[in-house]
Design a protein around this ligand. Sequence first.
Ligand SMILES: *[C@@H]1O[C@H](CO)[C@@H](O)[C@H](O)[C@H]1NC(C)=O
Ligand SMILES: *[C@@H]1O[C@H](CO)[C@@H](O)[C@H](O)[C@H]1NC(C)=O
Ligand SMILES: *[C@@H]1O[C@H](CO)[C@@H](O)[C@H](O)[C@H]1NC(C)=O
Length: 437
Amino acid sequence: MAYSLDRIVLLVCGAVGLVLAYSGPDLPPGPYCGINNQCCKDRQDSCSHRILDSKCYCDQFCNRTAGHDDCCPDYPSVCLGIPDPTPPPAQNVRLCKYGDDFYQIGEKVTQDCHTCECMKPPEGGDEKFVCDKDPCLLSDDVLRNVNQNRLGWRAENYTQFRGKKLKDGLIYKLGTLPLNRETARLGPINIDKDIQYPREFDARTHWRNYISPVMDQGWCGSDWAVSLATIVSDRFAIQSNGAEKVLLSPQTLLSCNLRQQQGCRGGNIDTAWMFAKNHGLVDEACFPYMAKITKCHFKKRGNLLTDRCVPVVPQRTSRYKVGPPGRLVKEHDVMFDIMQSGPVQAIMTVYQDFFHYKDGIYRRSQFGNNELKGLHSVRVVGWGEENGDKYWIVANSWGTQWGEDGYFRIARGENESGIESFVVTVLSDVTEAYLRK
Ligand SMILES: *[C@@H]1O[C@H](CO)[C@@H](O)[C@H](O)[C@H]1NC(C)=O
Ligand SMILES: *[C@@H]1O[C@H](CO)[C@@H](O)[C@H](O)[C@H]1NC(C)=O
Ligand SMILES: *[C@@H]1O[C@H](CO)[C@@H](O)[C@H](O)[C@H]1NC(C)=O
């Protein structure tokens, strides 16, 4: 009987001690002999399988001497009935594949905004990654369709929203709790001034340097505090003719107005206005925005001096307070109030597509998710017209990287997204600064 060339090479290599034992832990475990339960009598060179760069044998004559073992790794268990000494423990088996990697049951991976766990699916079948079903904040449906359908505004694939869920965006990028009966009672104001309204008005150019910059509320549902603080800041500057040009601190509300409020999970705007009226705010330099509830360092009945803040005019000692808020219900009244006293607060309903706004005049598109929604408090700073299309100019609080340098324009006169359903005006209390002049 002639040795096959392979076998000679193997034996020669074996003689110089270079051949690995086939039963070594690093070898692919097979099956080999187990493929057809093939165990051959005597010596049969054809009774073999390819293993790595060589061959292993399932015949009676394969050499089981340690160091010269040319038997297939499963020869002892399949052909001799010797149990495999170290069967791999079941929980160590890598079951789910993700990319180039395998994962065990219970291991998790993140895919876009979803968390996926390797598990036996509840409906049965092989182990696989099962992901949560929550919609993500960003939607390809919105991105593609809004930009293809010429709706008057464009959508952007914002990196800042990647990996976030829609339901979380509606909490942490907004922050206005549903209006309660108390809020709904806020008295409507009728101005009804029969004047010629300009086609365009922008508080930013009308009161250059008095209008506060766009803030970034971060991942914190504090729009109720941010919109209030910026509107009151603007109105302090305007009503004092620039004497009290001061940026007020939404953190005062976030940290100190805790009753009936939920901090970064949202606030009631009427409660916030009552706090601003009764206790007042300090300035941003004195209590910088932290995008979370922090300890309130101020005493209820304190003033800017006991708060250790530095007033912008020396005659001021009390905190920055407002008068009773009022509600504007007509488009022209909103316009009149802005022209007269400065930016106002509006509460709008936000659906998924709004998060994608890049530029243009926003109208809700119906693309993306149309079930989940939230309320958002924003600052209306002016209005205009583009090719006969009327709009409001509104400051958002998502930083200047979003929208039109942090602002957006939205259709005017048609209660788009409820933007005209709840508009709040207020007078900032500048009397102290004036009285003591
Ligand atoms: C197995 O290999 C060893 C070392 O080369 C040798 O001494 C022995 O005779 C071989 N046994 C058989 C059954 O071929
Ligand atoms: C948005 O960006 C993500 C990440 O780069 C990408 O996977 C996705 O395809 C983009 N969507 C669209 C509609 O361009
Ligand atoms: C404006 O829209 C909001 C919500 O979209 C709605 O609740 C409200 O009744 C509307 N207001 C008016 C005056 O139509």
